[in-house]
Write a protein that binds this ligand. Structure first.
Ligand SMILES: [Zn+2]
Length: 87
């Protein structure tokens, strides 16, 4: 796995967060993260965040995460790639 693929995962993140991924993109994403421990870890934490967000905003019409949450996740992803390139 190279970091370019991780970057592609990163590019799909906002769609993933909004559940806007097409089935083929989703399959691509899932396939990549199966073999990429840093991405597995990240996506797992992402899922937790999204689920938590949805639980908290159960009564709200839109379950999409806030811009702040998306920003935080983007930063977390960059940090993850950073750590990864140093090890
Ligand atoms: Zn990856």
């Amino acid at each position: 796995m190279d970091e370019q693929e991780c970057s592609q995962v990163f590019a799909m993140l906002s769609e993933y967060l909004d559940d806007q991924l097409t089935p083929s993109s989703c399959a691509e994403l899932e396939q990549h993260i199966q073999d990429c421990p840093p991405c597995i870890e990240f996506i797992e934490s992402l899922r937790c965040s999204v689920q938590l967000c949805r639980k908290l905003s159960k009564t709200a019409p839109s379950p999409a995460p806030s811009a702040e949450q998306v920003d935080a996740l983007r930063m977390a992803y960059r940090d993850m790639l950073d750590r990864r390139s140093k090890t």
